[in-house]
Design a protein around this ligand. Structure first.
Ligand code: SAH
Length: 214
């Protein structure tokens, strides 16, 4: 499967749709224009790849809706060479968007099958990231601290271990709530002890689960 002119045309329309929904961060839109989302989807859903919707990727998980990816990425305010921890590799689509923004990405997935599949797929198409199979609640203490931390599953509380792996001046974006819906929350570490929290509307994610799964 290739990235054809037709795919690029569909992608351009999707980007314009996301822009019309209020995302005006050109760097984020440009990065998303570069990532061939159809290659990250299960064959049965490829024809819907450029719809602004979430779709199943196996193991009961989903590839996030493009608008949601754009929204989270914009809040994360990624700079080139930032060290970014992503919790929930899933299809690897968000990972690719972060790489296109020039980030050095560390990504954790708790489902072994998705971890294996996304690691091998991203590597095969030339996206270099550091992949980990494990529990994102724990973060990666021996690789931190991170300039940015992005959680792509809904959490009931802010994982304390992740807060402590954020640099001073660092930003975490995390959907917080129950299983029905979550509030997009942005946390900035203003000094060693202090964190500033802002809220940015409701979304629906698959749940952030403790421990790893086979
Ligand atoms: N960023 C992904 C979104 C995938 S959905 C994409 O673009 O496709 C969220 C993912 O988080 C799922 O794959 C799920 O298995 C994973 N997840 C849930 N809890 C986790 C945890 N504690 N640690 C790591 N990954 C987790």
């Amino acid at each position: 499967m290739k990235d054809t002119y037709r795919h690029k045309g569909l992608r351009k329309n999707l980007i314009e749709e996301i822009r019309s929904k209020g995302i005006d961060d050109e760097k984020v839109l440009e990065a998303m224009m570069k990532v061939p989302r159809h290659l990250f989807m299960d064959t049965s859903f490829i024809k819907y790849a450029y719809k602004d919707q979430a779709f199943p990727i196996g193991c009961g998980q989903t590839i996030s809706q493009p608008y949601t990816v754009a929204f989270q990425t914009r809040l994360l305010d990624v700079r080139r060479h930032n060290k970014v921890l992503e919790v929930g590799t899933g299809s690897g689509y968000q990972t690719a968007v972060l790489i296109e923004l020039g980030a050095k990405v560390y990504t954790i997935e708790r489902q072994r099958e998705l971890y294996m599949k996304s690691q091998s797929f991203l590597t095969s198409v030339g996206y270099k990231a550091n992949f980990f199979y494990g529990d994102g609640y724990e973060g990666l203490p021996s690789y931190g601290p991170f300039d940015r931390i992005l959680i792509t599953a809904g959490a009931t509380e802010i994982p304390e271990k992740l807060k402590s792996q954020l640099t001073v001046g660092g930003i975490m974006v995390i959907p917080l709530g129950d299983s029905n819906s979550q509030v997009m929350t942005r946390i900035v570490r203003i000094n060693e002890e202090g964190f500033e929290k802002t809220e940015h509307g409701r979304f629906v994610f698959v749940p952030l689960l403790k421990g790893k799964s086979m």
